[in-house]
Design a protein around this ligand. Structure first.
Ligand code: FA5
Length: 337
C-alpha cells in the first residue's frame, strides 16, 4: 500500500492530482483510516504493532505529499514568472491624448503677439456690475447706445458682462499712482443675440488698452497693423472705418483685407474684399476722468476683438457654433501633432 501511494505521489503533476492522492490514501474513507478505525477488533498484542505500522505508513505518505507539494508549487511559480515576463522592447499601445481647443490656441496666440509688443495680460469678472459694464464707459442709464448690447441681467445692478471693456475701467481704477497702462484682457462675454453662423450668445473677446502721455491714433493703427500682419500674413492690409462707441472718440471699426491670390488668380472674401474684425478708438476723455486719469495729461487707445471671428477667418471655419458644440471631429483637425 505504501509503495503504491508513494508511486502515485511521485506521478502527480498538479496540486489537484496531489490532493486526490491525499484524499484517497489519508482521507476519512482511505485505507489507513480504516485500519486505525478497526484497531478495536485486534488483540492486545497486535494493536501496538499494527498501530505503529499504520502511523508510520501514514507519516511517510504525508511527508511525501508535502515535499511533492512544495516542488509542484515551486515549478508553478517558476512557470508563472516566465509567462508574465514583460518584453520591454515591444512597442506600446497608443493612448489617445487631448489637445488645446482651437479657441484656447487662438487666444494664446493673440496673447503672445501682444505680449511681444509690451502688453500685459489681465482678467476681470464675467458677472459684472452695471457701473463697470456701462456707466464707467460713458453709458449712463437710459443711454440709447445700451441697446447695441442686449444683456442678460441678474438683478437691476448686476449682469453678465456684454464685453471685456469693463476691464479697462477696472484696470485704470486700480492704478493708485495713475501710471501708464498697457494691457490686454481675454475673456468670455454674454449677449442676448440670436445664435447663427457668425453670432453666439456667449463668445470671447480680447480687450486692449494703452494709456500714456501722447498716445495717438497712429499708435493704434500701427499696433493693429502689426497684429494683422503677424496673425494673417505680411500681405494683409487693414483699414479703419469711422464708427461709434460711447467710450471712444473718435471710434473706428477695423477691416482686414481678405483678397487671397495664387497662380490661378485672386479670390475675395465677401463682395468687398474686406472683413470686419474689431472695434476700437481713442479712449473718451470722460472715461479717463471717471477712472482718475487727467485727460489733459493722458490719452489712450482701446480695442475689442472677437477671437472666434479671427479663428474663423484664419482657419476657414464656416460656423461659429462649431466652437461650442464640441464635435471631436472638428476639434481634432486643429490639434498639433
Ligand atoms: C464691443 O464690444 C466694444 N466693447 C469693442 C471696443 C472696445 C470698441 C474698445 C472700442 C474700444 P462690438 O459689439 O462691435 O464692440 O464687438 C466687438 C467684436 O466682438 C466684434 O467685432 C466681433 O468680432 C465680436 N462679436 C460681437 N458680437 C458677437 C457675437 N454675438 N458672436 C460672436 N462674436 C461677436
Amino acid at each position: 500500500l505504501e509503495k503504491e501511494a508513494l508511486q502515485k505521489v511521485d506521478d502527480a503533476t498538479s496540486l489537484k492530482e496531489l490532493q486526490d492522492v491525499r484524499v484517497a490514501y489519508l482521507g476519512k474513507k482511505g485505507p489507513i483510516t480504516e485500519v486505525l478505525r478497526g484497531m478495536g477488533k485486534l488483540s492486545k498484542e497486535e494493536r501496538p504493532v499494527i498501530g505503529e505500522l499504520a502511523n508510520k505508513v501514514r507519516g511517510n505518505i504525508a511527508d511525501a505529499i508535502d515535499s511533492k507539494k512544495a516542488s509542484i508549487e515551486a515549478a508553478e511559480l517558476e512557470k508563472q514568472l516566465e509567462e508574465e515576463t514583460i518584453d520591454v522592447t515591444l512597442p506600446g499601445r497608443p493612448v489617445p491624448t487631448g489637445g488645446p481647443h482651437l479657441l484656447t490656441s487662438i487666444v494664446e496666440e493673440i496673447e503672445d503677439l501682444f505680449i511681444g509688443m509690451g502688453f500685459e495680460v489681465r482678467e476681470g469678472p464675467e458677472v459684472e456690475t452695471d457701473y463697470y459694464n456701462f456707466e464707467a464707459l460713458n453709458l449712463p442709464k437710459g443711454h440709447p447706445a445700451r441697446d447695441m448690447q442686449d444683456s442678460f441681467y441678474i438683478t437691476e445692478e448686476i449682469l453678465m458682462r456684454t464685453h471685456t471693456s469693463p476691464v479697462q475701467a477696472r484696470t485704470m481704477n486700480a492704478m493708485e499712482d495713475k501710471r501708464p497702462v498697457k494691457m490686454i484682457c481675454p475673456g468670455k462675454v454674454y449677449r442676448r443675440d440670436t445664435d447663427d453662423a457668425t453670432h453666439s450668445h456667449q463668445f470671447t473677446q480680447i480687450e486692449g488698452l494703452y494709456v500714456d502721455k501722447n498716445v495717438r491714433m497712429s499708435d493704434l493703427k500701427g499696433v493693429l497693423d502689426r497684429f494683422a500682419k503677424q496673425m494673417f500674413g505680411q500681405e494683409r492690409e487693414i483699414r479703419l472705418r469711422p464708427s461709434f462707441f460711447p467710450f471712444t472718440e473718435p471710434s473706428v471699426e477695423m477691416d482686414i483685407s481678405c483678397k487671397v491670390c495664387n497662380g490661378e488668380g485672386c479670390s475675395v472674401c465677401k463682395q468687398t474684399g474686406w472683413i470686419e474684425i474689431l472695434g476700437a478708438g481713442m479712449v473718451h476723455p470722460r472715461v479717463l476722468e471717471m477712472a482718475g486719469y487727467d485727460p489733459k495729461v493722458y490719452s489712450g487707445f482701446a480695442f475689442g476683438m472677437g477671437p472666434e471671428r479671427i479663428a474663423m477667418l484664419k482657419y476657414g471655419v464656416d460656423d461659429i457654433r462649431h466652437f461650442y458644440t464640441n464635435d471631436i471631429r472638428f476639434l481634432k483637425q486643429y490639434h498639433q501633432a
